[in-house]
Design a protein around this ligand. Structure first.
Ligand SMILES: Cc1cc2nc3c(=O)[nH]c(=O)nc-3n(C[C@H](O)[C@H](O)[C@H](O)COP(=O)(O)OP(=O)(O)OC[C@H]3O[C@@H](n4cnc5c(N)ncnc54)[C@H](O)[C@@H]3O)c2cc1C
Ligand code: FES
Length: 257
């Protein structure tokens, strides 16, 4: 982890989203890791915001993020312009356990909303290792489906679902893959989606990993503000920090509420 002074190279806005390309002297990250990002805007808001790495080109000194404007912090980030300065602490957190997968495994990736960008980075890394996952993306409506072009460009089989039926299958993303029997499933998105996936695949032989989102203050283990309830190997309940022990957890270890 390090604090990096980034400069905005490009900011591409669409709907409520902004794809930020930042330039700086950063350390390589692994899929699922994130940065705490804060622009040069003083005290409002005071705290940086956790944003997942969507892609990076270490040689060229470029790192990519996709941000949705949902409140003050994310609004400020989506309004950055070319040449603006921004500070980023990272890469933070653990990563998806890609070293456990072989190219014989059936791998499913499931994303919703701002959970999709880190999964795109995961897909890219899996492809580099010769693994061809199946990608399932869900959203409330067509305008909220993101990164379809980039995912398909990697030659990935992408299936879509929207709650209002405006694109792909009508209903929750979980409707798309109830029938599958994966060796690995990697998911990132809204809590209820992750919970439904965890319940569906709560059986032996399926390795299900979820990336949890929690409000974060520090991002590196000091404030304990991001703690969630989990179970250890003896099924004892305890707390773990999403920013340090996570954000990726074996779904069977999460105490779902
Ligand atoms: C590990 C991690 C990776 C993330 N990656 C991305 C990413 O790649 N792109 C992206 O756009 N967003 C990402 N997020 C979510 C992002 O951090 C929040 O949307 C942002 O912090 C909201 O801050 P705000 O000031 O804009 O909103 P606030 O004014 O603080 O809140 C606005 C609304 O968003 C909800 N909210 C705030 N923070 C979160 C959160 N962490 N999870 C769920 N709901 C939240 C609030 O309950 C409220 O309804 C990530 C979060 C985590 C924990
Ligand atoms: S955000 Fe402070 S401990 Fe996780």
């Amino acid at each position: 982890m390090k604090v990096v002074d980034f400069t905005v190279e490009r900011a591409k806005r669409f709907n409520l989203y902004c794809e930020l390309v930042l330039r700086g002297d950063f350390k390589p990250s692994l899929p699922g890791q994130f940065y705490m990002l804060k622009g040069d805007w003083g005290y409002h808001p005071l705290l940086p915001r956790p944003i997942s790495v969507m892609d990076e080109d270490v040689k060229d000194g470029k790192i990519f993020f996709l941000i949705k404007n949902v409140g003050e912090g994310s609004r400020r980030l989506t309004e950055l312009k070319r040449g603006d300065k921004i500070s980023g602490t990272g890469p933070l957190g653990n990563c998806f356990p890609i070293d456990k997968i072989s190219n014989k495994d059936f791998v499913a990736i499931v994303g919703g909303g701002v959970g999709v960008p880190p999964l795109y980075y995961l897909l890219k890394k899996l492809n580099e290792n010769g693994i061809k996952p199946h990608f399932f993306e869900g959203a409330k409506t067509k305008g909220d489906l993101i990164l379809q072009g980039k995912i398909r460009k990697l030659g990935c089989d992408l299936k879509l679902a929207t709650e209002d039926g405006s694109c792909g299958k009508k209903g929750f993303v979980t409707e798309l893959f109830k029938w599958i029997n994966p060796d690995f499933i990697f998911a990132c998105g809204p809590y209820e989606m992750l919970k439904a996936i965890a319940k569906t695949f709560d059986k032996d032989g399926v390795n299900c990993y979820v990336s949890l989102e929690e409000r974060m203050a520090c991002g590196y283990g000091i404030c304990l503000g991001c703690s969630v309830r989990t179970y250890d190997e003896r099924s004892n309940e305890h707390f773990e920090r999403v920013c340090c022990e996570g954000p990726i957890f074996d779904s069977k270890r999460v105490k779902w509420i």
